[in-house]
Ligand binder design. Structure first.
Ligand SMILES: Cc1cc2nc3c(=O)[nH]c(=O)nc-3n(C[C@H](O)[C@H](O)[C@H](O)COP(=O)(O)O)c2cc1C
Length: 389
């Protein structure tokens, strides 16, 4: 952090604040990705392959970032991505982020493994998109769907890229996982050396159970149990056939999150999904796969006329949102950026970050000579990356 930083503004600034505020193992859990973390890096850097085209002398007095996502009006084409355990990074984290999302006018994705329950987040005011992992216990899945529907949720993100959890070396290095004495002492030390987090989140942020699953207590600080829960309950046997089952039990909109190629996008369309999220889980699953922005044009060409295509991974500015939308995404989701802001400054941090992204987007559109989000198209960009094969 430079000495002159009085207040964080960009995701990179908030990341630096979050690094200081959080016990190390929690920061690295958010910040880290799979294996050598190359895909996570590429998610961000590949946006640079597309330059924006400046256009002048077009009346841009009515510039607006307003858009429609999942059938609802939004202030800008963005939603908060579902991020598990958000309530461990800030006090009642999902509800605080939800309040900020509601104030700005964007939807909020809520993870199956969130700390706050669907009801608690709905009460904070945002349009909630519930994110489902397929659990082996289908009765539990049905209960989750029922809870979501009864709380007023109408959009389901079904995440399909977690057949096994990715290999996260950082979680071992940081002591996030491991039950040896050394790992436990390391975690304990990281916790006691962050008294502010202990007071604000560790004590006042309780209960640290999974709000939607009820039975699971993360308060032991031993997140090994969380990892074994994922390994034990997440169903690896899921196939496209299960979408039929899901469709029978979910009357609302259904988005398949974690699609990264045209074949899978077509399969989602054939099975009656309403949309896909082009995602590689923020580079946390299979390292060395393509960036999401790199795959967006392929997916849009395959299913863009049938499905709502969203993208997440590496979106770090309003300019990135402009690029994704110009390449055919209806909107984007952001994961780490809002969690850093939440860990740094709570609801105010998320609110201000969203306002910054919206401002950046507004200015970019005006200077590109575009006033409406649906006017953004590939001609607004210039490809300057490596030659495409
Ligand atoms: C700490 C963390 C936890 C996550 N937990 C979930 C989750 O529970 N469910 C899910 O579908 N995606 C989860 N994701 C992935 C995000 O929804 C999203 O795809 C990803 O963060 C987008 O990349 P970005 O962080 O570069 O914006 C998680 C991501 C992070 C960083």
């Amino acid at each position: 952090m430079t000495q002159s930083m009085i207040r964080p503004v960009t995701p990179a600034d908030y990341r630096e604040y979050a690094r200081r505020r959080l016990p190390g193992f929690l920061f690295h859990y958010i910040d880290g990705a799979a294996n050598e973390e190359r895909t996570a890096d590429r998610n961000q850097s590949d946006f640079g392959r597309w330059q924006l085209r400046q256009r002048v002398m077009r009346d841009v007095s009515g510039v607006s970032t307003a858009a429609r996502l999942a059938g609802e009006d939004v202030a800008l084409p963005l939603a908060l991505a579902p991020v598990g355990l958000t309530g461990m990074f800030a006090r009642r984290g999902e509800a605080s982020a939800g309040r900020a999302a509601a104030r700005v006018g964007v939807p909020m994705g809520l993870s199956t493994v969130s700390i706050c329950s669907i009801r608690e987040v709905q009460a904070a005011g945002p349009a909630v998109w519930f994110q489902l992992y397929m659990l082996r216990d289908r009765d539990l899945v049905l209960q989750l769907l029922e809870q979501a529907w009864e709380s007023g949720v109408r959009t389901l993100l079904f995440t399909v890229d977690l057949a096994m959890e990715g290999v996260r070396h950082r979680d071992i290095r940081s002591g996030m996982v491991g039950s040896t004495l050394r790992a436990r002492l390391g975690r304990a030390w990281q916790i006691v050396s962050h008294p502010r987090w202990v007071w604000d989140v560790g004590l006042r942020g309780r209960p640290h159970t999974f709000g939607n699953l009820g039975f699971f207590d993360t308060a032991s600080n031993d997140l090994n149990a969380y990892k074994s829960f994922i390994a034990g309950q997440f169903d690896r046997a899921v196939t496209w056939e299960d979408i039929g089952w899901l469709r029978e039990h979910w009357q609302g909109r259904l988005y398949i999150k974690g699609v990264l190629c045209e074949e899978d996008a077509r399969a989602a369309a054939e099975r009656g999904a309403d949309g896909v999220v082009v995602s590689n889980h923020g580079g946390r699953q299979l390292d060395e796969v393509s960036s999401t922005i790199g795959k967006l044009p392929e997916v849009v060409a395959a299913v863009g006329d049938q499905l709502e295509v969203l993208l997440d991974g590496g979106v770090r500015s309003g300019l990135d949102i402009v690029r994704a939308v110009a390449l055919g995404a209806r909107g984007v989701l952001i994961g780490r950026p809002f969690v850093y802001a939440l860990a740094a400054r709570g609801e105010a941090g998320v609110h201000d970050l969203l306002a910054t992204l919206q401002h950046e987007m507004t200015v970019a559109m005006a200077l590109m000579g575009v006033t409406q989000v649906n006017e953004l198209n590939p001609d607004c960009l210039q490809y300057c990356g490596p030659e495409r094969v």
